[in-house]
Design a protein around this ligand. Structure first.
Ligand code: GUN
Length: 280
């Protein structure tokens, strides 16, 4: 079977067009959705992501407040900025780009953001609400993955979903969201025994490990849906965590890299920010 493409570029463009219209209507009421993005240091990938987020904001008609801080920034200085943004009514969303330099504890910083402004969905309150099945600001990449899965029309209840990777940004929250949709969820990670056996059982595979072409065709069940969250920058260009060409011969649906999950993350960030602006 040759897989159908889960086109995140196309779906995210549709979502962003809708957000743009809704933003225009909100602006008529005097509300301009505002997103503050904080970048500490010079991580090259982070610079690219932050640039994309700023561009997305401006295209949607949002106010974008970009704070570029030197890598020598202290935790106290960063917490001071977050406190000011927490109190600023023109800021509806606050995002601290990760990773942070070693002198700054990310858990302390993420917990300092007001949960209502936590458009990344990383605050312990939002993670807890997600785990409890309560309405929460959901993390953007997992939310984008669920939106892509919805477009396949495949019912999720009872499906075997295998998530590879246990990060707070993707693996854990996407597992919770799949569980909330009544999938049977397994999280595999670096210490998992017989990882290949788990993946071979999966109707849905989410690869979020950060290892180029880790998921090979022999690991994938015929007809599985394969979601590739990997963005590995190699000399040959961007490569996902899935060995795309051979796996797409076996899968029923697959996300390409680039143009799959990546664009959905920004669309969901804009959606979360718009939602908070509406509530303000
Ligand atoms: N670093 C890698 N992915 C993300 C993300 O989704 N949000 C933030 N804040 N940092 C990241």
């Amino acid at each position: 079977m040759a897989a159908q493409i889960l086109d995140g570029k196309k779906l995210s463009a549709e979502i962003r067009a809708k957000i743009k219209d809704e933003t225009a209507a909100l602006r008529e009421k005097g509300i301009v959705p505002g997103l503050a993005v904080i970048l500490v240091g010079e991580n090259p990938a982070s610079k690219v992501y932050v640039g994309q987020k700023e561009k997305g904001c401006l295209e949607a008609g949002f106010a974008s407040f970009l704070h570029r801080l030197p890598s020598s920034t202290s935790q106290q200085e960063l917490l001071g900025l977050i406190n000011r943004l927490n109190a600023d009514a023109s800021v509806h969303g606050i995002l601290v780009q990760l990773p942070l330099p070693p002198q700054i504890d990310p858990d302390t910083v993420l917990a300092a953001i007001r949960p209502e402004k936590d458009v990344d969905g990383f605050h312990p309150v939002n993670i807890g609400r997600l785990a409890a099945g309560l309405p929460a600001c959901e993390p953007c990449t997992p939310k984008g993955i669920m939106r892509l899965l919805r477009t396949t029309g495949i019912p999720l209840p009872g499906k075997e979903a295998v998530v590879i990777g246990r990060s707070n940004i993707v693996g854990k929250p996407v597992a919770l969201m799949l569980l909330a949709e009544s999938a049977t969820v397994t999280i595999c990670h670096s210490r998992t025994k017989d990882l290949v056996d788990h993946v071979r059982r999966a109707d849905i595979v989410v690869a979020a490990i950060g290892k180029p072409r880790f998921v090979t065709a022999d690991m994938v069940k015929e007809g599985a849906v394969v979601i590739d969250v990997g963005i590995n920058r190699l000399e040959e260009g961007l490569v996902g965590d899935v060995d795309y060409a051979p796996v797409s011969e076996k899968a029923s649906w697959i996300t390409p890299v680039p143009g799959g999950v990546g664009p959905m993350t920004i669309a969901m960030l804009l959606e979360n920010t718009l939602e908070q602006a509406r509530k303000s």
